[in-house]
Design a binder for this molecule. Sequence first.
Ligand SMILES: [Zn+2]
Ligand SMILES: [Zn+2]
Length: 1058
Amino acid sequence: MFAIINLDDERSLDRMEWTDDGQLLAITSTKGNLYVYLTSLPMLAATQQTRIAHLTSLLEVTIEDNIQQPGPDTEQPATISVDVEPSYLGLGPYHLAVGMNNRAWFYLLGDNVHHGYSGGLEQLKDREYLGTVHSIKLNADYAAAHFEDKIQLHMHLSVIKNQIEGETSGTTDERESKLFPDKDVNQTHITCHDMTQEFLIFGTDNGGLYYFYIEDWQYVNEFRHSYGVRKLFPDPSGTRLVFIDEKKDGYVYNPVNDLLVEVPDFSPYIKGVLWEMWALDRGVFIAYDEEKIYTYMYSKEHVMGTRCDLVGTTKLPYGQIPIMLHNGEVTLQTQSGKLVTIALDTHSYLFIDTIEGKTTKELNSCLDQCIALKRWKDGWIFCQQLNAKEYWLKLGYASFKCLDIDFAIRVFREQGDVGMVASLMQIRHLEDRNLLSGYLAMYLGEFNLAQDLFLASSKPLSALEMRRDLLHWDSALQLAKALAPEQIPYISKEYAQQLEFTGDYMTALAHYEKGITRQEIDKDHDEVCAAGVARMSIRMGDIRRGVGMASKMPSRVLKKECASILESMKQWQEAALLYEQGGFYDKAASVYIRSKNWTKVGELLHHITSPKIHIQYAKAKEADGRYKEAAEAYKQAKDWDNVIRINLEFLQNPEEAVKIVREVQSVEGAKMVARFFQKLNDYGSAIQFLVMSKCNDEAFQLAQQHNQMEIYADIIGPDATPEDYQSIALFFENEKNHFLSGKFFLLSGQFNRAMKHFLRCDGENSQAIELAIETVGRANDDQLTHELVNFLMGDTDGVPKDAKYLFRLYMALKQWREAGRTAIIIAREEQSAGNYRNAHDVLFSMYQELKQQKIKIPTEMANNLMILHSYILVKIHVKRGDHLKGARMLIRVANNISKFPSHIVPILTSTVIECHRAGLKNSSFSYAAMLMRPEYRNQIDLKYKKKIESIVRKPDKTEEEEPCTPCPYCGFQLAETELLCPECKGNIPYCIITGRHLVKEDMSACPSCDFPAIFSEYIRLMETEENCPMCSEKVIKQNLQKVSDTHKYLNPEEGITE
Ligand SMILES: [Zn+2]
Ligand SMILES: [Zn+2]
């Protein structure tokens, strides 16, 4: 249902009739009235920019502009009543043409355009043409009417009038009017035309497209298409034009460079084309047929070249005709004479209210529209909303492909793609579009396109540079032949290297050969090529050539490379030769070994560092029976076990084998040596090496079998385990060897068993007792201690053992007081037996032990030690010829003569003699008189008897007083050898060198035993003696020092427990 019409004042209708074209409906009523209705108007319209003139009634034309922004200058719609129903309309900036058949009426819009058409328009003179007009186009100054197959171009009358009124040039007449085609393009039939401010453009049935430049009144451009041009649609500037040809194909033509681009997916039913009128959008146009509107984007600049793309389609409402496109919105003319608008589906994003709350899919589709329409800034907004790299990249690359470099830089900068930004910055100012597109295509990875573009640009060498950078050497080589022959050698080299890498040796050889320039400046380059030729020759089987070249060239690397190739080809001889020449001796030797050329290996041997080679050589020599060389080679390789084996098995040189085993501590080697000695029945040595090779069990068995357990026991050292010791102990237990059995039980930590065996040993076996004492010391077991004490006291077998064992037992048990008491007993026994040195040493060591344990030294012990030490000093001083010191000490000993019961007479005799020698005549006389007692007289050595008797007979009582030195406690002057101060009653410590009392200002101590001494006397003694008279340790003179802190020596009992 199209419409319902109510006829007022009529009761009923009589008849209805349509005109044949269906445009008019006639109705008669019973009252006799006739009504005629217009059901559809002719669709007649003309546009100028966004202004539209269209038929709104059969005799009424309306001019309106619905796009303009509202404001004071807003143009109001204006209607013009015309006298006849027009068949064509024309609209220019200032004029409207309304026409029918061969006649047109002109109206001047004048200033009314801007202030509304309140009082209608000024009608100008009408005009007749030479035929029926199909269409008329106007610009500011001219009208162009197309009738039959001609165009009449003529100036508007209003313009002529203005020119006449003003001062005018003489050319006006000839420019008033012109008929096309003129004589130059005769015999053509004009099929279509249009006019821009500057040009009259028309197409012809033989494919001509003509641009007539009105200002210069001449043609400026002619283009010949293969088929007749049926319709044309320039954009307002005239720089782009869509035309439809006889085959109903559509094209976009650019008159500036004559470039023709076919419109893709062009419907054969296309009725018209409209360019986008929105000033910021250049390149969008629509084409329409009866059902659809097709949106196209024409891109003059694109990395793939000028192109036209179908963006999408929009359904066209039935019966309506698009007449104007502005910013994605199409104005349609309806059959009822009204104007309506629809939004293009391809521009739908422009008409959404808000982007808030849109899904990613929706936003992405909006972004795609922006990209298709090249509306980058709008795309930016959607990318911000989408906020993901993929969308930014899509936008960036799209703008980049359209050569919109500055925008692409913004996008890539936003994305932080520094590399791409830098690359684009370098090329953004390139004027040469081919060069620019070439780079962009290269960045896009379209290298063939890039090459074509570079070659078409002002810098074709860029194509070569690109191929070189891409390592596309074959393409680079092709380009170099045409563009830069001087680069061929260098590219050939690179190409050859690539070919070599991929295994195409034959081609590589050819290119290496081409690479050689023989120029001095290319020395390094030529060497690389020559090296390549050498390698490739070998690869291709021309070994003689390759090896010859490699030999001659200085490069070691090349020799190695060639040798390696030859090696892989099993050309041992040549490979080894080149390795050798290159100084790769290990490799050379290894190849010689593979070819069994032992002579050469031997020659190279002193260069070889690889143990592997030495071993290989050694094995070969061994196989040949050349054992000496084999051993030497094994030695070079530090393969000691094999050196040992060869020495033992082949060279009959066990000494060398043993030496090596000891040097390198080889376990395997020791085993071999052990086996060797075993074969020789030298079980002792065998056991020794078995232990060395950590085969204790084998060694033990061998010792057991061959009764060599004592040797085994001797050898087995600190590494032995308690189990090892136990095995030995059990063996000896079996053999009833109590001592060794006990010893090894002790070592294995089984103290009870050890003790049992020690106590069964012969009572005189001092070693057994000593070990028994050690056992008790380590076991710390009262029962064991008791057993041993009983044994030592003789309770076990009725034989008391030497007291020194008891002393050692107490020492081992750390029972110091008992030890001290025992020591005194022992010392007394030793002294009684005349073993004064032993007695001295027992007391000394006990003294030291007690001092160390900070235990009070018994006075008797200290006194005995002092007397025994005095006796020892006698011998030292007499031997040195210091008779006075000897005599003084003899006097002290003689005064304690009861402690030396075995030697009373000899000691008194010595005292008499030494005192006499030292001038102590009175003392000499006193002791001589003592010797004259009947119990001693007969024992006097006959040697001295007469002398002593004469001393007694003629008494000489002259004797000087003994010199005095101060008491270190109170300073009282007392005799040198006096140890008890009569003044302070102090017991003064004695000097171990002289036996005299200590002197505070001249004190020292033995560095070993720390017994005090008179410093100056110690130094003097050291002139002839080396050892300390007290501890018998060697004394280094430099270590002797005067002590300033004498306190601890003068007060030895401080800090000592009772
Ligand atoms: Zn004193
Ligand atoms: Zn000492």
